[in-house]
Design a protein around this ligand. Structure first.
Ligand SMILES: [Zn+2]
Length: 158
């Protein structure tokens, strides 16, 4: 593909140069085809004009071919650069993802451990709680005591 376009570009450049030379020789009246042209176009001024136009078209072809070649090289360079950039981008995304995954894993492990600790704490609390909440009676007056060490009836410490 690249070779094909490049050869087309160089073909344009070569054709342009030939056409330019043809026009130049025509203006200088040394073109081997001049006698043939003279038969078809007897006017000398017209021959000069054709020569100038040939030169102009030849130059345009050379410029167009060069531009085409340069543009193609530029595009292929851009594509290569973009591919490299995309590869780098994908690589960093993958690195970021794996890092994120490992961090997530660590976080998950930490969370699980924390939750296990909380569960154990809550189990301990639950085991301890009924004793604390369980109503008891005052040693002195027999009144029911809820949480405080002091009796609400007689005010003595139990
Ligand atoms: Zn009491």
């Amino acid at each position: 593909m690249k070779k094909k376009i490049n050869s087309a570009s160089s073909g344009l450049i070569i054709g342009g140069v030939i056409l330019f030379m043809f026009g130049l020789l025509m203006i200088l009246r040394v073109n081997p085809l001049l006698s043939l042209f003279s038969q078809v176009i007897p006017d000398v001024q017209v021959i000069e004009v054709v020569g100038v136009i040939s030169q102009f078209i030849g130059q345009a072809l050379v410029v167009f071919g060069a531009m085409r070649s340069t543009a193609h090289n530029l595009i292929s360079n851009m594509q290569a650069e973009r591919r490299i950039t995309m590869e780098g981008f994908n690589q960093s995304v993958q690195q970021f993802q794996s890092k994120l995954l490992s961090e997530q894993q660590a976080l998950k492990t930490g969370y699980t451990q924390a939750m296990a600790k909380i569960d154990a704490l809550m189990a301990n609390q639950k085991a301890a709680l009924p004793k604390a909440v369980l109503p008891s009676n005052c040693k002195f007056c027999g009144a029911q005591i809820q949480q405080s060490r002091f009796c609400p009836q007689c005010g003595k410490a139990n």
